[in-house]
Write a protein that binds this ligand. Structure first.
Ligand SMILES: [Zn+2]
Length: 163
């Protein structure tokens, strides 16, 4: 996931996954959501490229010029052929809602918010904000891309039902 809203936690060996690990002190609990750093994790030039294009209203990701594979999330090296010659291409702006949930404190820490998993045909699945009441959604419905600006000024993606 690129657009993370992850609480600050201690580094672990990756084994800490459940509440038992929180209790054991491997994870540092977040006490106040307004103290959480909600900026997307810009770990590489692919993430920077994705979010800078998003800020211009472009929903794009990388495609390998050698094998033709389009990636989501964007890559700096093609996971299929290890090619490094990648280009930015438009992603589908319509997809299928595969799953959704409601969270009290979600992406960008709005309260509450609806999150979902949207399948972009031929590309992959996008974890995203869903701009619709939870009660109105159903699995399998078509959703369309849009951008939104969070209260702290980040331009991110969201999808909403087409109907
Ligand atoms: Zn490739």
């Amino acid at each position: 996931m690129i657009a993370g809203c992850l609480p600050k936690v201690r580094k672990t060996d990756g084994a800490a996954q459940d509440r038992g690990d929180v209790a054991s002190g491997l994870w540092e609990p977040v006490r106040r959501w307004d103290e959480v750093d909600t900026r997307p994790y810009m770990q590489d030039r692919a993430a920077e490229g994705f979010f800078s294009r998003l800020a211009e209203g472009k929903f794009q990701s990388t495609r390998c010029t050698a094998c033709g594979r389009t990636h989501y999330p964007p890559r700096v090296v093609c996971p299929e052929c290890l090619g490094e010659d990648l280009e930015w291409v438009d992603l589908p702006r319509e997809g299928t809602l595969l799953a959704f949930t409601w969270q009290e404190a979600a992406i960008r820490c709005r309260k509450p918010d609806v999150l979902g998993l949207v399948e972009l045909e031929g590309v992959g699945n996008v974890f995203t904000r869903i701009d619709a009441p939870y009660e109105s959604l159903r699995i399998g419905q078509r959703v369309v891309f849009d951008i939104w600006t969070s209260p702290d000024g980040m331009v991110l993606h969201q999808f909403r039902p087409t109907e």
